[in-house]
Every structure is written in structure tokens, then in C-alpha cells.
Design a protein around this ligand. Structure first.
Ligand code: AQP
Length: 335
């Protein structure tokens, strides 16, 4: 707990242009915590290098992800917005927690299995130990709540196990965090393969709607979305494509599934897809406009990064000092 407030932490990898999955599953919810909690939102660039990145692109996307956080409503005065590599304590605690994470646990992580299948020529140790670095990100700030999409649930459970294990050996050190997973938008699916998660690194551009896609592109992608051979806009078995579009439409319009089914009774998939595209593009338009304004001001983004890194480092130092003492690491300068 910092400043008498409970802590919220979450992060996004600058590993591609962010999607409406990242937006609806995570970022859109971040600002709901800003008043009640002490919120830290991080651009997790150290996680991104578990998959090969082009350095110039990574640098550019780091600025852009920070700008998007703000464009999505995160006020840097009310939230600590920062870049992971600016706070070396993440990597330090990540190493320590590697030593309290079991090989068997890491081997069971589905993200590791998926990403190693996708990057068969680069199954590096970082990809394998990614979850202990993620545990470090969270535990470093004595986080109580972590808003994430459902794909991160397994990593979050591992984080809890690591925290409990460490606390058992050394006495209370870390707060054991809870996840906050949204109900209807926890897993936005690919528009081309609706049984697969929408991912920013998907090579098929038609599968993914990006937060910064222009309106015509958004509408075209929704028009091409894979549905099924039926014609009704209803939930049901084998209707993964339609149900995915219903959750996206619901998230952008605030309508329930029942309301959506009623609205489109007697109408076809074409009408529905067009409406989803319009609703999505309209909802993203203000975010895009604000992003354009912020992204053009690199100097301002750097002042936000600096202030964020300073605040985060100060909080991280408290936890690190406790951890080092408990482990038996000699600390200099403590009289
Ligand atoms: N499709 C999704 N639906 C709902 N939530 C999602 N998230 C990601 N995809 C969806 C949530 O977005 C946050 C940031 O994700 P991340 O950058 O840490 O990485 P990820 O989960 O691996 O996301 P991607 O888009 O699939 O990235 P790549 O392609 O680089 O692996 C997390 O809270 C995540 O749950």
C-alpha cells in the first residue's frame, strides 16, 4: 500500500501496434481505478524482446504505447505511467523470482507453448521465464489488483504462487495480488479465426483491428470478418464469429447481448458487420485524435516517462530493500 491507497499495476508490451483486444481487454479499464487506487501502468519493453524486435520499431512503439495510454484517458498526474527498462529493479527482482519459480510450472504455461510454436527458431530462455519477470513487475509494487485480459490469468495465478512461496519461506514480503478480468471483453477473438485470440503480432492484418486503424480500414476488416453459414445475429453453438462481433459491438455501444439480438432481428450479417465497424470506428475516433496530438510531442512524452520512472523507482526501492534483507544480500550504506 502506498499513500494509504491500494495498488493497481498492469502493462502492455510494445510488440506491435495495439489492437482492440488490448484496448477492450485491458487499457480501457485502467482509468476506472485511477481515483480509488494508486495506479502504475507500464510499457513492458523487456517482455517484448522475448520475441525478436526491430530496435527502431521497438523505440517508436514505446513512445506510442505511452501516448496511447494517455489518449485512452490515463492522466499522468493521477497515474504513474512508465517504461519497464527505466526501472532496473524489475530485472533484478525478475532474476530473484526465477529462483523461486519451478521449471515444471513454467513448462505448463500455454503462452510459452503458443509462442514457442510461433517462433520455433528463437525459443530463448527469456520466453520461458517471462512469467517470473511478470511476477516481478507486479510484486515489486505490492500490487493488490491487476487488470488484464483472460490470456494472462495463468501467469497471474503463477504470480500468486510465487508470492505465497516466497512469503512462506521468508515471512510476509509480498502482497498476493488479485486479477481483474472484464466479463464480456476478456478475450476478443481474431476476425479471421474466431476461435483464436486477436493478437497484435498476428501476421494476418485482416485478423486484427488496431486502435489506430483509420475508419475505412476498420470497416473493411469487419466486413471481411469470418462468421458462419447461418444468417441470424444470435448467440449459439458454432457461432464464435458472430458472438465475437457481438461482444465487440456491446463493448463499444454499451448494449447487452439481448439488446443486440433484438436490434438485428430480421437483419443480415452484412448490416450487422457494418454496424460493428461504425461503432468501433466512432468510439476510437477521439482516442485517435488525442493520440495524434500526444505522439507528436516527444519531449513531453519523455517528461512523463522520467517522472513515471522516478516515482516507480522510489516505490520499487522499498520492496527491493526488504527482499534483499530477507534473502541475506549485504546492503551497503545502511547504518
Ligand atoms: N484479444 C484480447 N482480448 C482481450 N484482452 C487482450 N489482451 C491481449 N489480447 C487480448 C490483453 O492486453 C494486455 C496487454 O497484452 P500484452 O501486450 O501484454 O501481450 P499479449 O497478452 O501477448 O497481447 P497480444 O496482443 O497477443 O500481443 P503479442 O501478439 O505480442 O503476444 C493484457 O492484459 C492482455 O491480457
Amino acid at each position: 500500500m502506498f499513500k494509504d491507497k491500494k495498488v493497481v499495476f498492469s502493462g502492455v508490451q510494445p510488440s506491435g501496434d495495439l489492437t482492440i483486444g488490448n484496448y477492450l481487454g485491458a487499457i480501457k479499464n485502467f482509468k476506472t481505478f485511477s481515483e480509488e487506487y494508486y495506479c502504475l501502468y507500464c510499457v513492458v519493453n523487456e517482455h517484448a524482446i522475448t520475441v525478436r524486435q526491430n530496435p527502431a520499431e521497438l523505440r517508436k512503439r514505446t513512445y506510442e504505447t505511452l501516448a496511447l495510454y494517455m489518449a485512452c484517458g490515463l492522466d499522468p498526474e493521477k497515474n504513474t505511467l512508465f517504461v519497464q527498462s527505466h526501472v532496473p529493479a524489475h530485472a533484478e527482482l525478475g532474476w530473484i523470482l526465477d529462483c523461486y519459480t519451478m521449471f515444471g510450472e513454467l513448462s505448463r504455461m500455454t503462452q510459452f507453448k503458443d509462442k514457442s510454436a510461433k517462433n520455433a527458431d528463437n525459443i530463448n530462455a527469456g520466453l520461458f521465464t517471462y512469467p517470473s519477470l511478470m511476477a516481478a513487475d507486479i510484486l515489486l509494487y505490492q500490487t493488490e489488483m491487476v487488470p488484464v485480459g483472460v490470456d494472462q490469468k495463468q501467469h497471474l495465478e503463477l504470480t500468486r504462487n510465487i508470492a505465497e512461496r516466497f512469503n512462506q519461506v521468508y515471512g510476509e514480503t509480498f502482497v498476493v495480488p488479485e486479477g481483474y478480468i472484464p466479463q464480456t471483453t476478456a478475450k476478443i477473438m481474431s476476425l479471421s479465426e474466431p476461435t483464436k485470440k486477436m493478437s497484435k503480432s498476428d501476421e494476418n492484418e485482416n485478423a486484427v483491428v488496431r486502435i489506430l486503424d483509420p475508419k475505412d480500414v476498420i470497416i473493411r476488416k469487419f466486413k471481411r470478418a469470418v462468421t458462419d453459414s447461418g444468417s441470424e445475429i444470435r448467440r449459439g453453438e458454432g457461432k464464435d464469429g458472430i458472438m465475437n462481433l457481438m461482444s465487440i459491438y456491446g463493448a463499444f455501444t454499451g448494449k447487452t447481448e439481448e439488446e443486440i439480438e433484438r436490434e438485428f432481428e430480421g437483419k443480415g450479417y452484412g448490416d450487422f458487420k457494418m454496424a460493428v465497424g461504425e461503432a468501433c470506428a466512432d468510439a476510437l475516433a477521439p482516442v485517435q485524435a488525442e493520440f495524434a496530438r500526444l505522439a507528436a510531442d516527444k519531449a513531453y512524452l519523455e517528461t512523463v516517462m522520467e517522472k513515471g520512472a522516478e516515482d516507480a523507482s522510489r516505490l520499487a526501492a522499498r520492496t527491493m530493500s526488504k527482499v534483499r534483507r530477507k534473502l541475506g544480500f549485504v546492503e551497503l550504506g545502511r547504518k
